[in-house]
Design a protein around this ligand. Structure first.
Ligand SMILES: [Zn+2]
Length: 314
């Protein structure tokens, strides 16, 4: 792992910051609190920018209570509605090119821009130009994305792309027949955190921070339908995705003794970049680009970022 601190990572948003951010939007989906079945402690919902969620684990300050929320909350950025604007965003297709890290960042910027617009009550449809980001990467690294020879460069693709989006920005696609305006979207800063901080990962996503990370994919990956769980083979992560939602629910898993057990699990919803037919969905008549993965299948780190608000939008 490259030393990310020296490469310009900023601080992870604090609980105080996320609390303040949450108070900037009052009308949002709200979960009810719950009374712990073990200790009767009343667990109030946690306020985030886009959704008030139940505390997943009992928050009794007097004892370390193992009580868990009896509900099965499910939420994602692409399905949330803010000020009447749906925050869905395009499913990108990397085609046969090994550009998943760039697609994950573009998906993240698409999502954050959509949320940012929705907070102002605006529907933003103009898309970012992926070729612009890939060209800037190639110029900086002197190699096409996915074709780097130096392992140190390969391992630093995501921070490198984040730096480019911060210093140079990513241009928008100019509509057909119009002159390119050169207008760009930039990120103002970025951070990374360990993925074992599951409550914080959930809070960040619920606060409108898509999280860039990777997963291991095998041959059955594209047979995973929209909304299904993909159980990663135990290999080195080989595919970049962006986490955009979560689902806490009981699922049947094989135990050590070979029998299956119903276990309460945290799943993360990931937007893939293999086009809108890769993970087909009955609900959406054949289209879909999202899958679910288990929290324990995440690699060690995830990356988030703050967007520089586009001046023309305010
Ligand atoms: Zn309790």
């Amino acid at each position: 792992m490259v030393n990310l601190t020296v490469m310009g990572a900023g601080p992870v948003p604090t609980a105080d910051y996320l609390d303040r951010l949450a108070r900037t939007l009052s009308k949002k989906p709200t979960s009810r609190g719950w009374d712990c079945p073990l200790c009767q402690h009343k667990n109030n919902p946690v306020d985030n920018l886009l959704v008030k969620l139940p505390a997943f684990k009992c928050s009794n300050p007097d004892i370390d209570c193992p009580g868990k929320c009896p509900a099965t909350p499910e939420w994602s950025i692409n399905e949330c509605v803010v000020n009447g604007v749906r925050c869905d965003f395009v499913i990108r297709d990397q085609g046969p090119y090994p550009t998943c890290t760039a697609q994950a960042l573009l998906h993240g910027m698409d999502a954050k821009l959509k949320v940012h617009g929705a907070l102002y009550g605006k529907i933003l449809l103009q898309q970012l130009n992926g070729s612009d980001l890939l060209a800037k990467y190639c110029e900086k690294v002197k190699s096409a994305l996915g074709e780097e020879v130096d392992p140190a460069v390969r391992n630093a693709r995501t921070p490198c792309l984040l730096q480019i989006a911060q210093s140079d920005g990513v241009e928008y696609i100019a509509p057909d027949g119009s002159l390119a305006t050169g207008r760009k979207l930039r990120i103002s800063s970025w951070f990374y955190l360990k993925t074992d901080e599951i409550n914080l990962l959930i809070r960040l996503i619920a606060s409108g921070f898509p999280l860039l990370t990777s997963m291991t994919t095998g041959r059955c990956f594209t047979m995973t339908n929209e909304g299904e769980i993909y159980m990663s083979p135990q290999l080195t992560p080989n595919h970049a995705i962006v986490l955009i939602g979560f689902w806490v629910r009981p699922i049947w898993l094989p135990g050590e003794d070979g029998s299956t057990k119903l276990v309460e699990k945290v799943l993360f919803k990931a937007r893939d970049s293999k086009g809108d037919r890769a993970h087909i969905s009955g609900q959406q008549s054949g289209t879909g680009g999202d899958i679910y993965l288990l929290a324990e299948d995440l690699p060690k780190y995830a990356f988030g970022f703050h967007l520089e608000p586009p001046s023309w939008m305010q």
